[in-house]
Design a protein around this ligand. Structure first.
Ligand SMILES: [Ca+2]
Ligand SMILES: [Ca+2]
Ligand SMILES: [Ca+2]
Ligand SMILES: [Ca+2]
Length: 181
């Protein structure tokens, strides 16, 4: 790891931001996440579609597959991210590699909110029993709660407008929290 400009630890902050992908994709977001979640392509996200996306998300976050999301998963993800940045696989991330990764990420995130809090902030609230790990049950409960909140007219489907409004509300809440704290 000598000559390593950025250690895996240094990549952590960056990675936490990257991991905070928003539950509902922004309409028109690059990569077409909305389209991916909207499996039947009817332009709305049903609770079942949301659940399917959440299961995939949980599996992606639960890197070691032990059924809960905790610090060891975050470390594993950071290591993965580091490996991904280390494109020539020489065990260190050069400045060029780091910048390339940064640029790719910035482009990807342009449509998203600039600071979405990282997965600690995002999922910290889901950890209802406070054991520093998000169990599947906690994750599902948080997912359900988010869906219910966003589904303003209660028809069991999220329109793009509803999803967008929910994102805005969350952003406003975070802003208020930052001001207060
Ligand atoms: Ca749909
Ligand atoms: Ca895990
Ligand atoms: Ca927990
Ligand atoms: Ca609705």
């Amino acid at each position: 790891m000598k000559n390593s400009l950025y250690s895996a630890g240094g990549a952590a902050a960056l990675m936490l931001i990257a991991a905070a992908s928003v539950a509902y994709a922004a309409p028109g977001e690059r990569g077409g996440r909305w389209q991916k979640i909207d499996a039947d392509g009817n332009g709305q996200i049903s609770q079942a579609e949301q659940n399917a996306a959440a299961q995939a998300r949980f599996a992606a976050l639960d890197v070691d597959g032990n059924g809960k999301i905790d610090a060891s998963d975050r470390e594993a993800r950071v290591a993965q991210a580091f490996a991904k940045m280390d494109t020539d696989n020489n065990g260190s991330v050069s400045e060029a590699e780091f910048k390339a990764a940064q640029k790719a990420r910035a482009e990807k995130r342009r449509a998203a909110s600039p600071r979405s809090g990282g997965d600690v902030g995002r999922w910290g609230r889901a950890d209802t029993n406070g054991d520093q790990a998000i169990s599947r049950a906690e994750f599902d409960a948080a997912t359900r709660a988010r869906f219910t909140t966003a589904d303003v007219n209660g028809d069991g489907n999220l329109t793009r407008e509803e999803a967008q409004a929910a994102r805005k509300a969350v952003r406003a809440q975070r802003k208020a929290a930052r001001r207060a704290g």
